[in-house]
Write a protein that binds this ligand. Structure first.
Ligand SMILES: Cc1cc2nc3c(=O)[nH]c(=O)nc-3n(C[C@H](O)[C@H](O)[C@H](O)COP(=O)(O)O)c2cc1C
Length: 165
């Protein structure tokens, strides 16, 4: 039986910074568990830990942005993914602008999407947020997206996998 963490890391995923806002309160966090789930209507699903500082802003604001990180932006995955907005303003010192819903978009990201939440489903220790894209842009057409596998042990998740299946 292979190491379960190594096995699951063969499931390919990108690395994104999810921006959220409720009124004037904003935050952002790194996520790999984001995927398209429907063509018609066009839908995405994001799996989010309800314990994150971003979660009440995502639910309260009813939307989120997806900033697609490029291969050179591992530092941004670390910045938004290894500390909580409860510890301080993660957007300070970062180039960002407000999207149409108020949620932050990283202006140096490869591309971005703006999404409106349509449904939410409990999923174990996470929640699946189904959302409809309402805008987006390719900011740097030549940028190669960062892959989750390239982040190594950054999310510290290895200990969360069971020893075997
Ligand atoms: C590479 C990477 C991928 C991550 N993917 C997710 C994810 O898909 N969903 C999630 O809820 N948290 C994910 N996280 C964890 C959050 O980014 C992290 O816990 C963050 O500090 C939460 O920030 P907040 O409390 O400010 O909202 C990931 C972290 C890293 C480093």
């Amino acid at each position: 039986m292979p190491d379960v963490a190594d096995l699951f890391r063969r499931l390919t995923a990108g690395v994104y910074v999810i921006g959220v806002a409720e009124g004037e309160r904003r935050n952002a966090f790194t996520a790999a568990w984001l995927t398209q789930v429907s063509f018609d209507p066009l839908l995405l699903a994001l799996s989010v830990n309800p314990g994150h500082a971003s979660y009440p802003l995502l639910v309260g604001g009813g939307g989120f942005t997806v900033s697609v990180l490029s291969r050179e932006q591992l530092h941004l995955a670390r910045h938004f993914g290894t500390r909580s907005g409860r510890e301080g303003d993660k957007l300070a010192g970062i180039a960002w602008r407000s999207g149409s819903t108020g949620a932050p978009i990283l202006t140096e990201a490869a591309a971005f999407l703006e999404c409106r939440v349509t449904r939410r489903f409990p999923a174990g220790d996470h929640e699946i947020i189904v959302a409809r894209p309402v805008g987006g842009e390719i900011l740097f057409p030549g940028a190669i997206p960062l892959a989750y596998a390239d982040t190594g042990e950054l999310d510290g998740s290895r200990e969360l996998y069971p020893p075997s299946l």
